[in-house]
Design a binder for this molecule. Structure first.
Ligand code: GLN
Length: 522
Protein backbone atom coordinates (compact mmCIF):
# COMPACT_ATOMS: atom_id res chain seq x y z
CA UNK A 1 0.00 0.00 0.00
CA UNK A 2 1.16 3.51 -0.77
CA UNK A 3 1.81 5.95 2.08
CA UNK A 4 -0.95 8.32 0.91
CA UNK A 5 -3.44 5.49 1.14
CA UNK A 6 -2.24 4.35 4.55
CA UNK A 7 -2.63 7.75 6.20
CA UNK A 8 -6.21 8.05 4.97
CA UNK A 9 -7.30 4.79 6.60
CA UNK A 10 -9.39 5.00 9.75
CA UNK A 11 -7.91 3.62 12.97
CA UNK A 12 -10.09 0.50 12.79
CA UNK A 13 -9.18 -0.04 9.14
CA UNK A 14 -5.51 0.13 10.09
CA UNK A 15 -6.18 -2.38 12.86
CA UNK A 16 -7.85 -4.74 10.36
CA UNK A 17 -4.88 -4.55 8.03
CA UNK A 18 -2.49 -5.20 10.91
CA UNK A 19 -4.53 -8.24 11.91
CA UNK A 20 -4.48 -9.62 8.36
CA UNK A 21 -0.74 -8.87 8.05
CA UNK A 22 -1.41 -6.67 5.04
CA UNK A 23 0.49 -3.92 6.87
CA UNK A 24 3.07 -3.87 9.62
CA UNK A 25 2.90 -1.36 12.41
CA UNK A 26 6.27 0.05 11.35
CA UNK A 27 5.00 0.63 7.83
CA UNK A 28 2.03 2.53 9.25
CA UNK A 29 4.14 4.64 11.61
CA UNK A 30 6.60 5.41 8.80
CA UNK A 31 3.77 6.59 6.56
CA UNK A 32 2.50 9.00 9.23
CA UNK A 33 6.02 10.11 10.16
CA UNK A 34 6.79 11.04 6.53
CA UNK A 35 3.57 12.97 6.19
CA UNK A 36 4.07 14.73 9.54
CA UNK A 37 7.53 15.85 8.36
CA UNK A 38 5.91 17.34 5.26
CA UNK A 39 2.90 19.10 6.76
CA UNK A 40 4.03 20.14 10.22
CA UNK A 41 5.91 23.23 8.99
CA UNK A 42 2.54 24.52 7.73
CA UNK A 43 0.23 23.26 10.48
CA UNK A 44 2.14 23.16 13.78
CA UNK A 45 -0.35 20.66 15.19
CA UNK A 46 2.26 19.15 17.52
CA UNK A 47 4.24 20.77 20.34
CA UNK A 48 6.66 17.87 20.07
CA UNK A 49 6.68 14.73 17.96
CA UNK A 50 7.99 11.46 19.38
CA UNK A 51 8.42 9.65 16.08
CA UNK A 52 11.61 7.79 16.94
CA UNK A 53 10.00 6.23 19.99
CA UNK A 54 6.83 5.51 17.99
CA UNK A 55 9.01 3.52 15.56
CA UNK A 56 10.58 1.59 18.45
CA UNK A 57 7.11 0.65 19.74
CA UNK A 58 5.93 -0.30 16.24
CA UNK A 59 8.99 -2.49 15.70
CA UNK A 60 8.40 -4.17 19.04
CA UNK A 61 4.77 -4.92 18.23
CA UNK A 62 5.75 -6.31 14.81
CA UNK A 63 8.48 -8.41 16.37
CA UNK A 64 6.18 -9.81 19.05
CA UNK A 65 3.54 -10.78 16.52
CA UNK A 66 5.74 -12.02 13.73
CA UNK A 67 8.66 -13.56 15.57
CA UNK A 68 7.61 -14.60 19.03
CA UNK A 69 4.16 -15.78 18.02
CA UNK A 70 2.34 -13.68 20.61
CA UNK A 71 -1.18 -13.04 19.31
CA UNK A 72 -3.31 -9.98 19.10
CA UNK A 73 -6.68 -10.48 20.78
CA UNK A 74 -9.33 -10.72 18.04
CA UNK A 75 -10.65 -7.37 16.80
CA UNK A 76 -14.03 -7.41 18.53
CA UNK A 77 -15.87 -4.71 20.49
CA UNK A 78 -15.67 -6.88 23.64
CA UNK A 79 -11.91 -7.28 23.41
CA UNK A 80 -11.30 -3.59 22.71
CA UNK A 81 -13.19 -2.69 25.87
CA UNK A 82 -12.37 -5.54 28.20
CA UNK A 83 -8.71 -6.26 27.46
CA UNK A 84 -6.76 -5.49 30.64
CA UNK A 85 -2.98 -5.43 30.84
CA UNK A 86 -1.48 -7.83 33.36
CA UNK A 87 2.17 -8.01 32.29
CA UNK A 88 4.45 -5.50 30.58
CA UNK A 89 6.63 -7.42 28.11
CA UNK A 90 9.34 -4.90 27.55
CA UNK A 91 10.47 -1.89 29.55
CA UNK A 92 11.29 0.29 26.56
CA UNK A 93 8.10 -0.03 24.54
CA UNK A 94 6.00 -0.79 27.67
CA UNK A 95 3.73 -3.04 25.56
CA UNK A 96 1.71 -5.44 27.71
CA UNK A 97 -0.34 -8.62 27.37
CA UNK A 98 -3.61 -9.54 29.08
CA UNK A 99 -4.38 -12.60 31.19
CA UNK A 100 -4.64 -14.72 28.05
CA UNK A 101 -1.14 -13.64 27.02
CA UNK A 102 -2.57 -11.62 24.13
CA UNK A 103 -1.91 -8.09 22.87
CA UNK A 104 -4.62 -5.43 22.65
CA UNK A 105 -6.61 -5.66 19.38
CA UNK A 106 -5.58 -2.10 18.47
CA UNK A 107 -1.87 -2.63 19.15
CA UNK A 108 0.30 -1.07 16.49
CA UNK A 109 -2.22 1.63 15.49
CA UNK A 110 -0.58 5.04 16.05
CA UNK A 111 -2.18 7.86 18.02
CA UNK A 112 -1.55 11.50 18.99
CA UNK A 113 -2.01 12.79 22.55
CA UNK A 114 -2.91 16.31 23.67
CA UNK A 115 -0.15 17.96 25.64
CA UNK A 116 -2.42 18.41 28.69
CA UNK A 117 -1.90 14.68 29.31
CA UNK A 118 1.00 13.81 31.62
CA UNK A 119 3.32 11.43 29.76
CA UNK A 120 6.16 9.68 31.55
CA UNK A 121 9.57 10.60 30.15
CA UNK A 122 8.07 12.96 27.57
CA UNK A 123 7.75 16.73 28.02
CA UNK A 124 4.24 17.71 29.12
CA UNK A 125 3.56 21.45 29.03
CA UNK A 126 -0.20 21.94 28.67
CA UNK A 127 0.75 24.62 26.14
CA UNK A 128 2.49 26.76 28.78
CA UNK A 129 5.98 28.24 29.02
CA UNK A 130 5.90 27.62 32.76
CA UNK A 131 6.09 23.84 32.14
CA UNK A 132 8.64 23.96 29.34
CA UNK A 133 11.08 21.11 29.82
CA UNK A 134 9.00 19.37 32.50
CA UNK A 135 9.47 15.63 32.04
CA UNK A 136 6.95 13.78 34.23
CA UNK A 137 7.92 10.63 36.11
CA UNK A 138 4.53 9.01 35.75
CA UNK A 139 1.81 8.46 33.17
CA UNK A 140 -1.76 9.66 33.19
CA UNK A 141 -3.99 6.60 33.47
CA UNK A 142 -5.20 7.00 29.91
CA UNK A 143 -1.65 7.26 28.61
CA UNK A 144 -0.65 4.18 30.56
CA UNK A 145 -3.53 2.35 28.87
CA UNK A 146 -2.48 3.56 25.43
CA UNK A 147 1.11 2.42 26.00
CA UNK A 148 0.18 -0.93 27.52
CA UNK A 149 -2.13 -1.54 24.56
CA UNK A 150 0.86 -1.02 22.27
CA UNK A 151 -0.25 2.10 20.38
CA UNK A 152 2.78 4.03 19.10
CA UNK A 153 2.43 7.67 20.22
CA UNK A 154 3.30 10.09 17.41
CA UNK A 155 3.59 13.18 19.59
CA UNK A 156 1.99 15.70 21.94
CA UNK A 157 -0.50 17.99 20.25
CA UNK A 158 -0.70 21.75 20.51
CA UNK A 159 -3.33 23.50 22.61
CA UNK A 160 -4.29 26.80 24.19
CA UNK A 161 -2.26 27.36 27.34
CA UNK A 162 -3.76 25.25 30.15
CA UNK A 163 -6.68 24.48 27.81
CA UNK A 164 -8.07 28.01 28.05
CA UNK A 165 -9.30 29.17 24.67
CA UNK A 166 -11.20 28.34 21.52
CA UNK A 167 -8.55 28.90 18.86
CA UNK A 168 -5.17 27.43 19.94
CA UNK A 169 -3.80 30.97 19.52
CA UNK A 170 -3.07 31.08 23.25
CA UNK A 171 -0.40 28.37 23.06
CA UNK A 172 3.13 29.29 24.13
CA UNK A 173 4.36 27.07 21.29
CA UNK A 174 2.98 28.91 18.29
CA UNK A 175 -0.43 28.85 16.63
CA UNK A 176 -1.87 25.79 14.90
CA UNK A 177 -3.38 26.29 11.45
CA UNK A 178 -6.63 24.77 10.26
CA UNK A 179 -5.77 22.30 7.47
CA UNK A 180 -8.96 23.30 5.59
CA UNK A 181 -7.70 26.85 5.27
CA UNK A 182 -4.33 27.76 6.71
CA UNK A 183 -5.35 31.28 7.71
CA UNK A 184 -8.16 29.97 9.95
CA UNK A 185 -8.19 28.75 13.53
CA UNK A 186 -8.37 24.99 14.18
CA UNK A 187 -10.57 25.57 17.22
CA UNK A 188 -9.43 25.26 20.79
CA UNK A 189 -8.24 24.38 23.19
CA UNK A 190 -7.52 21.10 21.42
CA UNK A 191 -6.80 22.58 18.00
CA UNK A 192 -3.66 20.46 17.64
CA UNK A 193 -5.42 17.11 18.05
CA UNK A 194 -8.22 18.12 15.67
CA UNK A 195 -5.88 19.56 13.03
CA UNK A 196 -3.63 16.49 13.23
CA UNK A 197 -6.55 14.11 12.71
CA UNK A 198 -8.19 16.23 9.98
CA UNK A 199 -4.87 16.54 8.13
CA UNK A 200 -4.10 12.80 8.31
CA UNK A 201 -1.15 13.28 10.64
CA UNK A 202 -2.72 10.70 12.95
CA UNK A 203 -5.67 8.33 12.56
CA UNK A 204 -7.03 9.41 15.93
CA UNK A 205 -6.07 11.51 18.93
CA UNK A 206 -6.81 12.25 22.56
CA UNK A 207 -8.50 15.53 23.46
CA UNK A 208 -9.91 17.02 26.64
CA UNK A 209 -13.11 18.97 27.01
CA UNK A 210 -13.92 21.36 29.86
CA UNK A 211 -16.25 23.64 27.94
CA UNK A 212 -16.02 22.34 24.39
CA UNK A 213 -12.33 21.76 23.67
CA UNK A 214 -12.94 18.41 21.96
CA UNK A 215 -16.21 19.27 20.18
CA UNK A 216 -15.57 22.81 18.92
CA UNK A 217 -12.21 21.92 17.28
CA UNK A 218 -13.90 18.83 15.80
CA UNK A 219 -16.68 21.00 14.39
CA UNK A 220 -14.35 23.49 12.68
CA UNK A 221 -11.97 20.86 11.29
CA UNK A 222 -14.59 18.41 10.01
CA UNK A 223 -13.70 15.68 12.50
CA UNK A 224 -15.60 13.69 15.13
CA UNK A 225 -15.17 14.71 18.77
CA UNK A 226 -16.70 13.06 21.81
CA UNK A 227 -16.87 14.35 25.37
CA UNK A 228 -17.74 11.28 27.43
CA UNK A 229 -19.87 11.35 30.57
CA UNK A 230 -17.96 13.07 33.38
CA UNK A 231 -16.06 10.30 35.16
CA UNK A 232 -16.12 7.80 32.27
CA UNK A 233 -12.43 8.37 31.47
CA UNK A 234 -9.98 8.82 34.33
CA UNK A 235 -8.71 12.35 34.94
CA UNK A 236 -5.67 11.05 36.80
CA UNK A 237 -2.67 12.68 35.16
CA UNK A 238 -4.53 15.32 33.18
CA UNK A 239 -3.10 18.74 34.02
CA UNK A 240 -6.24 20.04 35.74
CA UNK A 241 -8.09 23.08 34.43
CA UNK A 242 -11.49 22.88 36.15
CA UNK A 243 -11.77 19.56 37.94
CA UNK A 244 -15.56 19.39 38.07
CA UNK A 245 -15.80 19.91 34.29
CA UNK A 246 -12.68 18.33 32.71
CA UNK A 247 -13.12 15.15 30.72
CA UNK A 248 -10.81 13.41 28.22
CA UNK A 249 -12.12 11.81 25.06
CA UNK A 250 -11.51 10.87 21.43
CA UNK A 251 -10.95 12.97 18.31
CA UNK A 252 -11.32 10.87 15.16
CA UNK A 253 -12.46 10.86 11.54
CA UNK A 254 -15.47 8.63 12.13
CA UNK A 255 -17.82 7.60 14.92
CA UNK A 256 -16.76 3.94 15.15
CA UNK A 257 -13.12 4.94 15.75
CA UNK A 258 -14.23 7.29 18.53
CA UNK A 259 -16.26 4.52 20.14
CA UNK A 260 -13.33 2.11 19.99
CA UNK A 261 -10.95 4.67 21.46
CA UNK A 262 -13.30 5.57 24.30
CA UNK A 263 -13.76 1.88 25.06
CA UNK A 264 -9.99 1.51 25.22
CA UNK A 265 -9.24 4.44 27.54
CA UNK A 266 -12.30 4.41 29.81
CA UNK A 267 -13.13 2.45 32.94
CA UNK A 268 -12.95 2.87 36.67
CA UNK A 269 -9.68 4.18 38.07
CA UNK A 270 -9.00 4.13 41.82
CA UNK A 271 -6.57 7.06 41.29
CA UNK A 272 -9.50 9.32 40.35
CA UNK A 273 -12.15 9.60 43.03
CA UNK A 274 -14.64 11.01 40.52
CA UNK A 275 -14.27 8.11 38.12
CA UNK A 276 -17.50 6.11 37.64
CA UNK A 277 -17.29 2.86 39.60
CA UNK A 278 -19.53 0.71 37.42
CA UNK A 279 -18.91 -0.48 33.87
CA UNK A 280 -20.72 1.47 31.18
CA UNK A 281 -22.19 -0.34 28.14
CA UNK A 282 -19.99 -0.96 25.14
CA UNK A 283 -19.61 1.92 22.70
CA UNK A 284 -18.02 0.42 19.61
CA UNK A 285 -20.53 -2.43 19.78
CA UNK A 286 -23.35 0.12 19.72
CA UNK A 287 -22.17 1.57 16.40
CA UNK A 288 -22.51 -1.70 14.53
CA UNK A 289 -25.76 -1.79 12.57
CA UNK A 290 -26.95 1.39 14.29
CA UNK A 291 -30.16 2.99 13.08
CA UNK A 292 -32.33 5.94 14.02
CA UNK A 293 -35.74 4.33 13.88
CA UNK A 294 -37.80 4.86 17.01
CA UNK A 295 -35.46 7.35 18.66
CA UNK A 296 -36.93 10.50 20.14
CA UNK A 297 -34.82 13.50 19.30
CA UNK A 298 -35.12 17.02 20.73
CA UNK A 299 -33.89 20.21 19.09
CA UNK A 300 -32.74 22.56 21.82
CA UNK A 301 -34.77 25.67 21.10
CA UNK A 302 -32.34 27.97 22.86
CA UNK A 303 -29.45 26.80 20.65
CA UNK A 304 -31.09 27.32 17.31
CA UNK A 305 -31.54 31.02 17.01
CA UNK A 306 -29.75 34.24 16.15
CA UNK A 307 -26.03 34.21 16.36
CA UNK A 308 -25.77 30.94 14.43
CA UNK A 309 -24.43 31.52 10.92
CA UNK A 310 -27.01 30.96 8.14
CA UNK A 311 -25.25 28.07 6.43
CA UNK A 312 -24.37 26.39 9.75
CA UNK A 313 -28.11 26.44 10.51
CA UNK A 314 -28.95 25.23 7.03
CA UNK A 315 -26.70 22.18 7.38
CA UNK A 316 -28.30 21.58 10.77
CA UNK A 317 -31.83 21.81 9.35
CA UNK A 318 -30.91 19.41 6.56
CA UNK A 319 -29.57 16.96 9.13
CA UNK A 320 -32.83 17.24 11.08
CA UNK A 321 -34.82 16.43 7.93
CA UNK A 322 -32.69 13.33 7.40
CA UNK A 323 -33.11 12.23 11.01
CA UNK A 324 -36.87 12.47 10.59
CA UNK A 325 -36.84 10.68 7.25
CA UNK A 326 -34.88 7.84 8.87
CA UNK A 327 -37.74 7.18 11.25
CA UNK A 328 -36.85 9.17 14.37
CA UNK A 329 -39.38 11.50 15.97
CA UNK A 330 -38.09 15.04 16.18
CA UNK A 331 -39.52 17.86 18.25
CA UNK A 332 -38.42 21.13 19.80
CA UNK A 333 -37.50 21.09 23.46
CA UNK A 334 -36.91 24.10 25.66
CA UNK A 335 -33.98 24.36 28.06
CA UNK A 336 -34.76 27.81 29.43
CA UNK A 337 -31.66 28.19 31.61
CA UNK A 338 -29.15 27.45 28.87
CA UNK A 339 -28.93 31.18 28.25
CA UNK A 340 -27.18 31.51 31.60
CA UNK A 341 -24.78 28.62 30.96
CA UNK A 342 -22.00 30.73 29.49
CA UNK A 343 -22.06 33.16 32.41
CA UNK A 344 -22.11 30.36 34.93
CA UNK A 345 -19.25 28.51 33.21
CA UNK A 346 -17.04 31.59 33.01
CA UNK A 347 -17.32 31.92 36.80
CA UNK A 348 -17.01 28.25 37.80
CA UNK A 349 -14.22 27.44 35.33
CA UNK A 350 -11.94 30.36 36.31
CA UNK A 351 -12.67 29.75 40.01
CA UNK A 352 -11.52 26.14 39.80
CA UNK A 353 -8.66 27.06 37.48
CA UNK A 354 -7.37 29.77 39.82
CA UNK A 355 -7.08 27.15 42.53
CA UNK A 356 -5.68 24.37 40.30
CA UNK A 357 -3.06 26.65 38.79
CA UNK A 358 -1.74 27.74 42.20
CA UNK A 359 0.60 24.74 42.02
CA UNK A 360 2.62 26.39 39.26
CA UNK A 361 4.72 28.52 41.54
CA UNK A 362 8.28 27.95 40.34
CA UNK A 363 8.91 25.58 43.25
CA UNK A 364 7.57 22.26 42.12
CA UNK A 365 7.40 21.92 38.37
CA UNK A 366 9.07 23.25 35.27
CA UNK A 367 10.53 26.71 34.96
CA UNK A 368 11.44 29.35 37.52
CA UNK A 369 12.33 33.03 37.30
CA UNK A 370 14.53 33.89 40.28
CA UNK A 371 13.77 36.66 42.81
CA UNK A 372 15.28 37.85 46.10
CA UNK A 373 12.70 36.10 48.25
CA UNK A 374 10.54 33.02 47.71
CA UNK A 375 7.53 35.28 47.25
CA UNK A 376 9.29 37.45 44.66
CA UNK A 377 10.46 34.33 42.84
CA UNK A 378 6.86 33.09 42.64
CA UNK A 379 5.65 36.47 41.45
CA UNK A 380 8.36 36.73 38.81
CA UNK A 381 7.75 33.18 37.63
CA UNK A 382 4.00 33.62 37.23
CA UNK A 383 4.30 37.13 35.82
CA UNK A 384 6.78 36.15 33.13
CA UNK A 385 5.78 32.61 32.26
CA UNK A 386 1.98 32.63 32.25
CA UNK A 387 0.15 34.05 29.24
CA UNK A 388 -2.46 36.83 29.24
CA UNK A 389 -5.53 34.59 28.93
CA UNK A 390 -4.37 32.43 31.85
CA UNK A 391 -3.79 35.54 33.97
CA UNK A 392 -7.20 36.90 33.02
CA UNK A 393 -8.88 33.70 34.22
CA UNK A 394 -6.84 33.54 37.44
CA UNK A 395 -7.89 37.11 38.20
CA UNK A 396 -11.53 36.37 37.35
CA UNK A 397 -11.54 33.22 39.44
CA UNK A 398 -9.79 34.72 42.43
CA UNK A 399 -12.25 37.60 42.38
CA UNK A 400 -15.27 35.29 42.12
CA UNK A 401 -14.03 33.29 45.10
CA UNK A 402 -13.01 36.22 47.30
CA UNK A 403 -14.94 36.43 50.58
CA UNK A 404 -17.07 39.47 49.77
CA UNK A 405 -18.15 38.16 46.38
CA UNK A 406 -18.29 34.39 46.83
CA UNK A 407 -22.07 34.14 47.20
CA UNK A 408 -22.84 36.70 44.54
CA UNK A 409 -20.61 35.13 41.87
CA UNK A 410 -19.42 31.60 42.56
CA UNK A 411 -22.51 30.74 44.63
CA UNK A 412 -24.94 32.03 42.01
CA UNK A 413 -23.05 30.26 39.25
CA UNK A 414 -23.44 26.98 41.12
CA UNK A 415 -27.17 27.58 41.46
CA UNK A 416 -27.42 28.15 37.73
CA UNK A 417 -25.57 24.88 37.26
CA UNK A 418 -28.32 23.10 39.19
CA UNK A 419 -30.98 24.76 37.03
CA UNK A 420 -29.19 23.56 33.90
CA UNK A 421 -29.12 20.03 35.29
CA UNK A 422 -32.86 20.30 35.85
CA UNK A 423 -33.35 21.53 32.27
CA UNK A 424 -31.57 18.42 31.04
CA UNK A 425 -33.62 16.18 33.35
CA UNK A 426 -36.88 17.55 32.08
CA UNK A 427 -35.72 17.48 28.43
CA UNK A 428 -34.63 13.86 28.78
CA UNK A 429 -38.00 12.94 30.24
CA UNK A 430 -39.40 13.78 26.79
CA UNK A 431 -36.64 12.73 24.37
CA UNK A 432 -33.69 10.33 24.16
CA UNK A 433 -31.14 12.65 22.59
CA UNK A 434 -30.81 16.43 22.23
CA UNK A 435 -29.29 18.08 19.18
CA UNK A 436 -27.96 21.51 18.20
CA UNK A 437 -25.28 22.95 15.96
CA UNK A 438 -21.92 22.40 17.73
CA UNK A 439 -20.76 25.98 17.34
CA UNK A 440 -22.25 29.14 15.95
CA UNK A 441 -19.89 29.55 12.99
CA UNK A 442 -17.30 27.84 10.85
CA UNK A 443 -13.60 28.41 11.64
CA UNK A 444 -12.89 32.12 11.95
CA UNK A 445 -9.73 33.82 10.75
CA UNK A 446 -6.57 33.66 12.85
CA UNK A 447 -6.29 36.83 14.91
CA UNK A 448 -9.96 37.77 14.39
CA UNK A 449 -11.10 37.34 18.01
CA UNK A 450 -7.80 37.45 19.82
CA UNK A 451 -8.37 40.89 21.32
CA UNK A 452 -12.02 40.30 22.16
CA UNK A 453 -12.35 37.66 24.91
CA UNK A 454 -16.14 37.93 24.96
CA UNK A 455 -16.40 37.12 21.24
CA UNK A 456 -14.06 34.19 21.81
CA UNK A 457 -16.13 32.91 24.76
CA UNK A 458 -19.35 33.07 22.72
CA UNK A 459 -18.03 30.18 20.62
CA UNK A 460 -18.73 27.88 23.54
CA UNK A 461 -22.40 28.75 23.84
CA UNK A 462 -23.67 25.35 22.66
CA UNK A 463 -20.96 23.12 24.09
CA UNK A 464 -20.84 24.36 27.70
CA UNK A 465 -24.19 23.06 29.04
CA UNK A 466 -23.05 19.43 28.65
CA UNK A 467 -19.94 20.09 30.77
CA UNK A 468 -21.94 21.81 33.50
CA UNK A 469 -24.25 18.79 33.71
CA UNK A 470 -21.56 16.13 33.18
CA UNK A 471 -23.55 14.53 30.35
CA UNK A 472 -21.95 13.02 27.22
CA UNK A 473 -21.92 15.04 24.00
CA UNK A 474 -20.56 14.39 20.53
CA UNK A 475 -19.90 16.50 17.47
CA UNK A 476 -19.89 15.08 13.94
CA UNK A 477 -19.56 16.98 10.66
CA UNK A 478 -22.87 18.22 9.25
CA UNK A 479 -21.35 19.25 5.91
CA UNK A 480 -19.70 22.33 4.46
CA UNK A 481 -21.03 25.76 5.33
CA UNK A 482 -19.78 29.35 4.95
CA UNK A 483 -16.68 29.65 2.72
CA UNK A 484 -16.76 25.91 2.03
CA UNK A 485 -15.64 25.14 5.59
CA UNK A 486 -16.92 22.35 7.85
CA UNK A 487 -19.75 22.75 10.36
CA UNK A 488 -20.79 20.34 13.09
CA UNK A 489 -23.91 18.91 14.64
CA UNK A 490 -23.88 18.18 18.35
CA UNK A 491 -25.74 15.32 20.05
CA UNK A 492 -26.22 15.15 23.82
CA UNK A 493 -27.47 12.16 25.85
CA UNK A 494 -28.26 11.61 29.54
CA UNK A 495 -25.42 10.70 31.92
CA UNK A 496 -23.77 7.33 31.30
CA UNK A 497 -25.60 6.87 28.00
CA UNK A 498 -22.50 7.37 25.89
CA UNK A 499 -23.30 4.21 23.94
CA UNK A 500 -26.64 5.71 22.88
CA UNK A 501 -24.75 8.70 21.44
CA UNK A 502 -22.43 6.39 19.55
CA UNK A 503 -25.40 4.54 18.13
CA UNK A 504 -27.08 7.79 17.13
CA UNK A 505 -23.86 9.30 15.75
CA UNK A 506 -22.95 6.21 13.73
CA UNK A 507 -26.40 6.09 12.15
CA UNK A 508 -26.46 9.81 11.45
CA UNK A 509 -22.98 10.03 9.92
CA UNK A 510 -24.09 7.64 7.17
CA UNK A 511 -26.86 10.06 6.20
CA UNK A 512 -24.80 13.25 6.22
CA UNK A 513 -22.51 14.47 3.43
CA UNK A 514 -19.07 12.93 3.78
CA UNK A 515 -16.41 15.63 3.64
CA UNK A 516 -12.71 15.31 3.07
CA UNK A 517 -10.03 17.81 4.00
CA UNK A 518 -8.58 19.13 0.74
CA UNK A 519 -5.11 19.63 2.20
CA UNK A 520 -2.48 19.58 -0.49
CA UNK A 521 1.10 20.06 0.50
CA UNK A 522 3.52 20.55 -2.34
N1 GLN B 1 -13.21 27.47 25.07
C1 GLN B 1 -13.38 27.00 26.41
C2 GLN B 1 -12.58 27.82 27.36
O1 GLN B 1 -11.83 28.61 26.89
C3 GLN B 1 -13.04 25.55 26.40
C4 GLN B 1 -12.03 25.07 27.36
C5 GLN B 1 -11.87 23.61 27.35
O2 GLN B 1 -12.80 22.86 27.04
N2 GLN B 1 -10.71 23.18 27.79
O3 GLN B 1 -12.68 27.74 28.53
Amino acid sequence: MKNVDIIKLSALEIAEKLHSDELSSRQVVDAFADWIDKVEPKLNAFIITTLEHAKVVADKVDELVLRTGIKRAALTPENIKQWTPVRVLDQISEVAVDKNGELHPLCGVPIAVKDVVVTKGVQSTSGSKILEGWIPQYDATLNFKIKAAGLPILGKTNMDEFAMGSSTEHSAYGITHNPWSLDRIPGGSGGGSAAAVAAYEAPFAIGTDTGGSIRQPASVTGTVGMKPTYGAVSRYGLIALASSLDQAGPVTRNVADAAALQDMISGHDPHDSTSIPEELPMNYGATIGAELKGLKVGIVEELDGDGFAPEVRKRFDEAVAKIEAAGAQVKKVSCPHFKYALGSYYLIMPSEASSNLARFDGMRYGQRVEGETAEKMMMNTREELLGDEVKRRIILGTYALSSGYYDAYYGSAQKVRTLILQDFDSAFSEVDVLISPTCPTVAFKLGEKLDDPMAMYLNDIATIPANLAGVPAMSIPSGLAEDGLPAGIQMIAPQKQDSLLYRFGAALEKLLPSIECPLEID
